[in-house]
Design a binder for this molecule. Structure first.
Ligand code: NAI
Ligand SMILES: O=C(O)C1=NCCCC1
Length: 374
């Protein structure tokens, strides 16, 4: 089987039944070379042998079979984060419109896994405008050192909103990387100074790459600077992206004079300080998603115009917002709608925590592209 994530286990279907069955409706895999079938099509088996058990038939008839869309396929169907911009802008506007916007999105539940320094986030949302219903399950673990294992892993479940049946299970890591960077790009378009030349990225992981990609696609920066706690990782990222990137030895060196700054680290104490920041710069603060974690210091938080994705989430989850006591000026959706001004001439901070409805938009985009046979 080509898809490295392997198969989804069907509830109530013994492994033996899955191994010895074929020619019946079932679970679909979309990985390249993976296998299989249309709506009434074949059931994929690890060894491709015969005879479907009765319980599998019963399960499969109860609803259309879900498709599994792995990371390589999500990447293929969503090659550029910028494809999400119109859908995300609409979703942000709708979210900030309250009930009239048709976005149902409770505050995410975050379960600490204390002995292992990890967290599980559960992020459900329904968007009436998209008629799409999803839940993302995302784990994030504070790294030990700078190990190569991903710190974040995610899966998105996409349901048929008409009846609640599961339509698709999608890799959520690519979706998370791209939708987060796209939302930062939306904030940047609205809030950055008029002539922005220097981009600075603090952090060199998954989000650093996705932010680099969309920011250099959309904006004409003349210089890109990168700093990471471990310089080796910054050098690796810089040499893999294809464009010119200056790796800086200190965060301060990277920040001084920058017009747009992106913080995408796993830091839990400030790595960006107000007295380094050029007046009028725009900052996308993407990390520090726990109430006691920080990326930005109090001076920067208090002296900037603060825009957030969700007020409720910022006041519950963001250490930078809660511990600094900074006042929230607007939600990004309010600025998009024009009910709050953008103020690009001021120093601005967009505090991003990530919203479930962003995953809804991205998952629907990927699923629709898959359904269209792209
Ligand atoms: N706002 C949103 O929608 C989302 C936010 N995030 C957050 O963005 C941040 C980056 O995520 P990824 O790139 O996926 O993580 P990653 O693990 O791929 O990269 C994290 C980077 O931070 C650096 N780092 C680790 N500990 C540090 C410390 N104590 N101080 C300074 N640097 C440190 C690492 O060297 C690495 O370059 C995380 O805080 C994550 O939780 C992630 C997904 C969505
Ligand atoms: O929105 C997300 O997805 C995440 N946000 C904060 C950290 C974990 C993932």
């Amino acid at each position: 089987m080509a898809d490295p994530r392997g198969g989804l286990r069907l509830p109530g279907v013994p492994r033996a039944a899955r191994r010895s069955s074929t020619a019946a409706p079932g679970l679909y895999y979309s990985g390249k070379g993976g296998a299989v079938g249309g709506a009434a099509g074949r059931y994929l088996l690890r060894d491709g042998r015969t005879a479907l058990r009765a319980e599998l038939g019963r399960f499969a008839m109860s609803s259309a079979p879900p498709v599994f869309i792995g990371s390589a396929e999500v990447e293929r169907l969503l090659p550029r984060a910028s494809l999400l911009l119109p859908g995300l802008e609409a979703a942000l506007r709708n979210f900030s419109a309250g009930a009239a916007g048709g976005v149902e999105q409770p505050l995410r539940a975050v379960v600490p896994v204390r002995p292992h320094g990890g967290f599980l986030g559960v992020m459900p949302a329904y968007s009436a405008a998209d008629d799409a219903l999803t839940t993302k399950l995302v784990t994030f673990y504070e790294r030990r050192g700078d190990s190569a294992a991903p710190s974040h892993r995610a899966t998105v479940l996409l349901f048929d909103p008409r009846c609640g049946s599961l339509r698709a299970v999608l890799d959520g890591s690519v979706i998370t990387a791209k939708r987060t960077a796209a939302v930062s790009a939306i904030a940047t378009k609205l809030l950055m100074p008029r002539s922005a030349e220097v981009l600075c990225i603090l952090g060199a992981g998954v989000q650093a790459r996705s932010h680099y990609e969309i920011f250099t696609e959309l904006f004409p920066f003349t210089e890109v600077r990168l700093w990471n706690r471990s310089e080796q990782r910054a050098v690796r990222l810089a040499s893999s992206v294809g464009g010119a990137v200056r790796v800086c030895g200190t965060a301060r060196e990277a920040v001084l004079g920058a017009d747009v700054i992106v913080t995408v680290t796993m830091a839990t104490t400030p790595i960006l300080f107000g007295d380094w920041v050029k007046p009028g710069a725009h900052i996308n603060a993407v990390g520090a998603s726990r109430p006691d974690w920080r990326e930005l210091d109090d001076a920067l938080m208090k002296s900037s115009v603060l825009v957030v994705d969700s007020r409720e989430a910022a006041l519950t989850e963001s250490g930078d917002v809660i511990l600094s006591g900074a006042e929230i000026f607007a939600e990004l959706g309010e600025v998009l709608k024009g009910t709050k001004p953008a103020l690009p001439e001021k120093t601005t901070v967009f505090k991003s925590l990530g919203m479930a409805v962003e995953d809804t938009v991205a998952a629907k985009f990927v699923y629709d592209a898959w359904s269209a046979g792209k």
